[in-house]
Write a protein that binds this ligand. Structure first.
Ligand SMILES: *Cc1c(COP(=O)(O)O)cnc(C)c1O
Length: 368
């Protein structure tokens, strides 16, 4: 490999090139079927994905944000309700809460994993609390047992935001199988990515799933011309479902490549760049390679000079975003301190050992 070639933060063309023929065939099959929204391709993928998650049902929807919103709406959460969410997440988690008319209550995260702190959740429970969204961020599931014991004690719904955790496990249970329902995103850069937007709700609660499926399809009843509830349109395209079927067959292998690359980062990075910790019961799928560094500007300058891509997830915690400032009640010290130190390194299926080594060398201050 050319030692001065750019190392992208994310290279989707590599992963897609590996299954190019199957993707072409999926497109050809969909085109010839003449069925582009819903239908057999979507039903087949829904069954496969539910099985992969260890859940009974899956409903394909338009994107991960809709999946979250549809779950909260399906649970009857709305105005007057409060939903506890971690301040360290992509804004979509909080958006979904606001879109159903409820109020997000931001809580702090654990300093080692940067995932939602179950003790902070318990401290935030109040008379209006209806649900907790556990966000399996960076590919690692939240502390499921601790969180589920809080939600059970107070009679709250535990919703999983699994948009970054396709295939992750905690104590042998898969993301998507531990809450009342889970929301997945198939945005192209996610561990299981479509070639466009897509999402899914996964749940083993048949009534909730049925309600969500109807709302997402204009509130249709069994008679497609009778609309019992005011619904909306949030459906998975047949061609995306066909592509996702191809990608799902390779998901475990793609995740293994992420895990291997992350293990190499852990070995070869200098102490000054420390990866977020893994809970001893968690088996993460490493959506992102997040490290904490003291002097981020110096590190990103060195990476820039060496032609190495990087990202920030997330430099502004949700409660500090202008859109959600009105929901902030005080400071959340762990997430606020981490926001200045986090740095995401290149990580994607197909990244080579020599590329990971070069990133580590550059961070150590060696030659780019
Ligand atoms: C990507 C993401 C979402 C939203 O998914 P979209 O498909 O982009 O709407 C929600 N939560 C988290 C944690 C995400 O990373």
């Amino acid at each position: 490999m050319n030692p001065t070639a750019r190392i992208p933060f994310l290279d989707l063309t590599r992963a897609n090139a590996a299954v190019r023929e199957q993707l072409d065939e999926a497109w050809r099959r969909t085109l010839e079927s003449g069925r582009f929204v819903g239908g057999a391709e979507v039903a087949a993928f829904e069954a496969d994905f539910a099985g992969h998650c260890g859940a009974a049902h899956c409903v394909g929807v338009a994107n991960g944000t809709d999946a979250l919103e549809l779950v909260l709406d399906g649970l009857g959460i709305g105005p007057g309700d409060e939903v506890i969410v971690p301040a360290n997440t992509f804004v979509a988690t909080a958006e979904a809460v606001c879109r159903v008319g409820a109020r997000p209550r931001f809580v702090d995260v654990l300093p080692d994993t940067l995932l939602i702190d179950p003790a902070a959740v318990e401290a935030a429970v109040g008379p209006s609390t209806a649900a907790v969204v556990g966000v399996h961020l960076f590919g690692q599931m939240v502390e499921v047992d601790a969180l589920a014991s809080v939600t059970a004690r107070y009679g709250l719904a535990l919703v999983e935001d699994a948009a970054q955790a396709h295939g992750a496990r905690f104590d042998a249970r898969r993301a998507g199988s531990v809450g009342v329902a889970a929301a997945f995103s198939f945005y192209p850069g996610k561990n299981l990515g479509a070639l466009g937007d897509g999402g899914a709700v996964v749940s083993s609660n048949p009534d909730l799933v049925d309600r969500i499926r109807r709302v997402a399809d204009h509130g249709r009843s069994d008679d497609r011309h009778r609309h019992d509830t005011v619904g909306r349109n949030s459906r998975l395209d047949a061609v995306q479902a066909a592509f996702l079927g191809v990608k799902l067959a390779g998901l475990d292998e793609a995740n293994r490549q992420r895990i291997d690359a992350m293990a190499q980062y852990r070995c070869e990075l200098p102490d000054a760049a420390s990866p977020v910790a893994t809970h001893r019961l968690a088996e993460p799928v490493h959506h992102l390679a997040v490290v904490q560094v003291r002097d981020r500007q110096a590190v990103t300058r060195a990476l820039d000079a060496a032609g190495i891509g990087w990202g920030l997830h997330y430099p502004v915690p949700c409660h500090r975003q202008p859109a959600f400032a009105r929901y902030a009640d005080g400071s959340l010290p762990v997430v606020e301190a981490a926001a200045d130190r986090i740095l995401s390194l290149p990580l994607f299926p197909g990244i080579t050992k020599s590329e990971v080594r070069r990133v580590c060398d550059v961070i150590r201050g060696g030659p780019g």
